[in-house]
Write a protein that binds this ligand. Structure first.
Ligand SMILES: C[S@@+](CC[C@H](N)C(=O)[O-])C[C@H]1O[C@@H](n2cnc3c(N)ncnc32)[C@H](O)[C@@H]1O
Length: 258
């Protein structure tokens, strides 16, 4: 399958799941330990907030692959001037309903119609994992970010403890599956560092956001997930970003500047 068809398939799959995706975020404020999805976002929010100031007045942010707009809403509420872009009109429909007043543009993340060197903060959350080639998107993120600004980008680790890269391969070989059949792309910290350098970033940190295997507990034993995750959060504080161990985390956060 060509890269272009693969990319379109990722966008179409998200279009089909747009409503589901919007609903998944709804419980995060009630109980961030309810399931592994909201837990992952709780951990990520804490990481993002280490780099993004509490007061966004006078600051610009772009969210590349913004989906239903969950992340940009958090920062809009803090006063940032925000633009969201995504390839899926259905995802953007949900984003527009939830976020009146924010500008949204439908586009491929490899060719973003935003001005160069404009944004103090550029987010790209859970998008690289759907791209056969991450370099064009990273180049666009670098291009739109101001010199001295910060890009915050997540990626899916090759050696993650969920073993999801292997599962994704198996699911793709099956004719039918009750897991989403969409090929995903996984990267090592070294590959992400090299690609970020090629894109033009010079100051690059790569962090592990969360670890563990709760994604499988979600499916097998959902009732034990909230108490387990509450305890696991403390373990994650010690291990998810520890040297060597971070390579086995389930999400990388790239913090990149130039
Ligand atoms: C897992 S969702 C993440 C959405 C949002 N960043 C979040 O964290 O809630 C991935 C998003 O990337 C978008 N996407 C994937 N490939 C894309 C591409 N080539 N161009 C534009 N958007 C793309 C999908 O439409 C989807 O909204």
């Amino acid at each position: 399958m060509s890269d272009e068809i693969q990319k379109q398939l990722a966008i179409d799959t998200h279009s089909d799941q747009a409503e589901l995706f919007a609903n998944r975020y709804e419980v995060i404020n009630q109980n961030p330990y309810q399931n592994s999805f909201v837990y992952s976002r709780k951990r990520l929010n804490e990481w993002l907030d280490k780099y993004i100031p509490a007061d966004g007045k006078g600051l610009k942010m772009a969210d590349i692959g913004c989906g239903t707009g969950y992340h940009l809403r958090r920062y809009y509420d803090r006063g940032f001037e925000i633009t969201g872009v995504d390839g899926s009109e259905e995802m953007l429909k949900q984003a527009r309903i939830a976020n009146p007043g924010i500008e949204f543009i439908q586009t491929d993340v490899d060719t973003v119609p935003l001005p160069s060197e404009t944004y103090d903060y550029t987010l790209c959350i859970e998008v690289l994992r759907y791209l056969p080639d991450i370099l064009p998107c990273l180049k666009e993120i670098k291009r739109v970010t101001k010199k001295g600004g910060t890009a915050l980008i997540t990626a899916a680790p090759t050696f993650q403890s969920t073993l999801y890269p292997i599962v994704n391969k198996i699911v793709m070989m099956k004719k039918k599956s009750n897991l989403t059949q969409l090929k995903q792309y996984f990267h090592t910290a070294g590959e992400l560092r090299e690609a970020s350098q090629k894109a033009g970033f010079t100051d690059i940190e790569i962090h592990g956001v969360y670890g563990g295997n709760s994604i499988w507990l979600d499916r097998l034993l959902p009732v034990v997930v909230p108490p387990f995750l509450k305890v696991w959060d403390h373990v994650d504080n010690l291990t998810a970003d520890a040297p060597i161990l971070k390579n086995f985390s389930n999400m990388f956060l790239i913090v990149a500047k130039y």
